[in-house]
Design a protein around this ligand. Structure first.
Ligand SMILES: [Zn+2]
Ligand SMILES: [Zn+2]
Length: 349
């Protein structure tokens, strides 16, 4: 398996971002990404997808209905290859149409909280996914950096503090988002979890200070999605997209806040007899199941079984756990009390 680090959610001046495609690609190169996604609001931009230096820039779209108030339910669509914004009025039809095009659909920032003072200041309400009855989507953007930032700004003092210590606000996905994700799995909807920046490159002004709080490069170094592809990229954008799509679709992926340490090289696998499965996979049990997670740096490991909570813990670089219980298992790894790695699950049957 070939590990690729992807950040699949960013914006250019084609919607409300500040950096052009080539500038976003350059930031992605500096941040060490393999793949960067540009997902402007309600506009699909043709002709710019491709390789920039060693980064593959994918053009997707973040679609929502601008006539709705508030403008909730943002769908992150990757790989449609055409404009889908006219379908925004019906999230379900939008999902079906995108999937028919072979695209992936993630529900962007599915849970959001914006403190009241910030809502008034930015004139921007929380924009969660409000249509939970939809079906057929690929998964959830479980951890969205900018969503978490907004939620953490409980007072203007917090805003000032995080302006100078931006790495301190990242703790992990909202518990409600995780509960929803687990509920989906427990009701046999294998939703793939991804993490993304939602990078805009905005400058913020607070009193005498004006600064770009979150440059693209910084965000691309923070919460990203690591995927395991079947083979290396070929520098052929269309074929390479299919490789990435297959890995994402299968959930062979983990989310990491790589500011806490590079998670490249992390592995989480389960084996039983001669059978083996990795994240996103299903393992047919033959007697005992050995779960094993290995990280490139020491951390605090938690093995979680959906519906049961934490079933094993370890400190160091490895967690091993032997079980005979079927279920859906995922890993979390913490460093310094903060969530570093969150995996897609392995299903044991
Ligand atoms: Zn959005
Ligand atoms: Zn966005």
């Amino acid at each position: 398996m070939i590990e690729l680090v992807c950040n699949l959610h960013s914006h250019t001046p084609f919607s409300d971002g500040t950096g052009l495609h080539r500038e976003i690609a350059a930031a992605a190169v500096r941040a060490g990404l393999d793949v960067v996604g540009v997902t402007d609001h309600n506009v699909w931009v043709g002709g710019v997808q491709g390789y920039y230096d060693r980064v593959l820039l994918l053009v997707g779209e973040e679609v929502h209905d601008p006539c709705r108030q508030p403008q909730v339910s943002h769908a992150l669509i990757l790989g449609a290859g055409r404009e889908l914004a006219p379908l925004a009025v019906s999230p379900q039809e939008l999902i079906h149409a995108a999937r028919e095009q072979g695209a992936l659909v993630f529900l962007a920032h599915p849970v959001e909280y914006v403190p009241r003072w910030l809502r008034d200041w930015l004139s921007e309400p929380a924009l969660p996914w409000a249509d939970r009855e939809v079906t057929g989507f690929t998964g959830l953007e479980l951890w969205n950096t900018m969503s978490e930032f907004k939620a953490r700004l409980r007072t203007p003092f917090h805003a000032l503090y995080y302006a100078f210590f931006p790495h301190r606000f990242l703790h992990g996905p909202f518990p409600e988002a995780i509960r929803w994700w687990e509920q989906l799995w427990l009701s046999e909807v294998p939703a793939v979890a991804i993490g993304g920046a939602d990078a805009h490159g905005h400058a913020y002004k607070l009193g005498p200070w004006r600064r770009v709080l979150f440059p693209y490069e910084w965000l691309f170094r923070a919460v990203s999605t690591h995927i395991l592809a079947d083979r290396p990229l070929q520098r052929r954008p269309e074929e390479d997209w299919l490789l990435i799509r297959d890995a994402l679709q299968a959930g062979r992926a983990w989310i990491a806040n790589d500011l806490l340490g590079p998670s490249r090289g992390f592995r989480f696998e389960a084996c039983s007899g001669h059978r083996r499965a990795t994240m996103g996979g299903t393992l047919r049990r033959a007697g005992a199941v050995q779960m094993e997670a290995v990280a490139p740096l020491p951390g605090e490991f938690r093995l979680i079984r959906f519906g049961s909570g934490v079933v094993a813990r370890a400190r160091g670089r490895v967690l091993r756990h032997l079980t005979a219980e079927p279920g859906v298992y995922r890993m979390e790894v913490y460093r310094g009390g903060r969530l570093w790695i969150l995996t897609n699950p392995i299903r044991v049957i």
